[in-house]
Write a protein that binds this ligand. Structure first.
Ligand code: ADP
Length: 166
């Protein structure tokens, strides 16, 4: 059984991420989506637990897509869940530059065991990013083309909570 890890922030999961997950789930037996704790990314919209719950909701009933969380080196999380490789999605040259470095570091620190496989999202989802979704949402514009309805609803609910606090 070949398992792969798909690590990221997923704040929130977008249709771009979903397209990558679906492609990976057709290529491998199991996709482990890892919602990584990343202190560098400030002001998150959703907590790690909320992000995990939302992804689980979207893939409810899909037995080959699992959601976990982790912190530290992604290669250690990959080993922990017996994943042979990590999947990353590429949007453009900027992603490529970053991913090529990460892939080589990760291979090295995993004692040459963990490879990185890059996939491209299909055309309509190619350039979507979580930060773009949050930006459009904050402008009060419709995000339905970029995220699953579960996410759109959850963002609207969370926005109400934020507004009450103000
Ligand atoms: P972001 O970079 O949007 O904050 P993440 O850190 O959650 O997102 O990304 C996890 C992985 O998914 C990264 O490899 C990222 O490049 C990839 N990814 C995100 N959006 C897309 C997309 N629209 N098409 C292809 N890959 C994507």
């Amino acid at each position: 059984m070949t398992k792969v890890l798909y690590p990221g922030s997923f704040d929130p999961i977008t249709k771009g991420h979903m397209n990558v997950i679906e492609q990976a789930s057709e290529l491998f037996d199991e996709v482990v989506v890892a919602v990584m704790k990343n202190e560098a990314k400030r002001n998150p919209f959703f907590t790690i637990e909320e992000r995990m719950k939302l992804i689980e909701e979207i893939y409810e009933g899909k037995t080959n897509i699992k959601v976990v969380t982790g912190e530290g080196a992604t290669v250690d999380i990959a080993s922990l869940y017996e994943c042979k490789a990590m999947v990353r999605g590429l949007r453009g040259v900027t992603d490529f530059d970053e991913e090529i470095q990460l892939a080589s570091i990760n291979k090295k620190i995993s004692n040459e065991r963990i490879n990185t496989i890059c996939l491209f999202a299909d055309e309509p989802y190619k350039y979507i990013s979580s930060s773009m979704v949050k930006g459009i949402f904050k402008l009060g514009k419709d995000i339905k083309d970029y995220v699953d309805p579960t996410i759109k609803e959850a963002m609207e609910e969370k926005q109400k909570v934020y507004q009450k606090r103000r």
